[in-house]
Design a protein around this ligand. Sequence first.
Ligand SMILES: NC(=O)c1ccc[n+]([C@@H]2O[C@H](COP(=O)([O-])OP(=O)(O)OC[C@H]3O[C@@H](n4cnc5c(N)ncnc54)[C@H](OP(=O)(O)O)[C@@H]3O)[C@@H](O)[C@H]2O)c1
Length: 326
Amino acid sequence: MDLLVVGATGTLGRQVARQALDRGYQVRCLVRNLRKAAFLKEWGAELVKGDICDAKTLPPALEGIDAVIDAATARATDSLGIKQVDWEGKVQLIQAVKAAGIERYIFFSILNAEKHTDVPLMDIKYCTELFLAEAGLNYTVLQLCGFMQGLIGQYAIPILDNQTVWVTGESTPIAYMNTQDIAKFAVRALEVPETEKRTFPVVGSRPWKADEIINLCERLSGKNAKISRLPLSLLRLMRRVTRFFQLSQNASERLAFAEVLASGEPLDAPMEEVYQVFGLDPKETTTLETYMEEYFNRILKKLKEIDYEKNKTKKKKKTPFKSVSQ
Ligand SMILES: NC(=O)c1ccc[n+]([C@@H]2O[C@H](COP(=O)([O-])OP(=O)(O)OC[C@H]3O[C@@H](n4cnc5c(N)ncnc54)[C@H](OP(=O)(O)O)[C@@H]3O)[C@@H](O)[C@H]2O)c1
């Protein structure tokens, strides 16, 4: 099967490309910057330059393709916002897929999007789910809630670096998942006809509160976290202020999303049936403890090596002085 991965330079998209290549798919990636995507070529994927917001770049990228896995989303740093990329771009992509006669389309949404249509990103995700169903494709929607990869920058690094860890609102428990495990579900969907025209939650083994993650990081790093709590009311005020200035529209949309994550309502879903349908084993899914343990073991080993090298260089510098003084 020839597969097009969109958003393959991203956190999840690269794992999808990796997993698909490992399972023997011919993988083509639609990328905006060929240089940034060079690693995907090294892995064995074909690269096609394109942009979902530039309709003319889509038909050549879709030529000869049997299925699309779409992991693209607006970057916080981009000039284009959620509306242009996650809505207008996706509509163009879905229309181009349909016009190319491709039937299979895997889309990543957000868990509970339909409950928070006042939040732009959630509303767009929900509308895209509906649009996909109406387009008549053999879609599969995977509703995600949070990536373990994001926890490194949010908690692990600040704790290691004695920096402040920011905790917002009520500390919503979130069932984080490793993107490598999410990628398994996405690629597996292509092989399981029972997943067609259906929507599934794809979330981690249990929900975690911010304080639990901080405790885990403290234990694994041997350091105490400096915690600052940002009240929900302040988050709301920041959103109103940023929304007022057109330039910070992107920031305002992201703060609205952060507000949902800080509301205290757990982001979790039952997964037993999902594992059964996809024919995957829950025991093979990474737990947050294992993920963090592996991260801290790797980073602490690296820090020890750097320390050792530094001490060695210091000793070498000291030796001539010692021999002169002797
Ligand atoms: N992160 C989370 O915790 C989370 C939670 C729930 C759902 N999701 C969903 O999971 C999916 C993957 O998210 P992620 O965090 O892995 O994304 P990410 O790391 O931010 O990567 C975004 C990807 O989209 C690409 N992209 C952006 N604009 C594009 C455009 N106009 N045309 C083509 N490609 C474009 C980026 O390419 P460049 O490298 O060129 O910028 C990059 O490859 C998204 O659908 C997201 O909504 C994420």
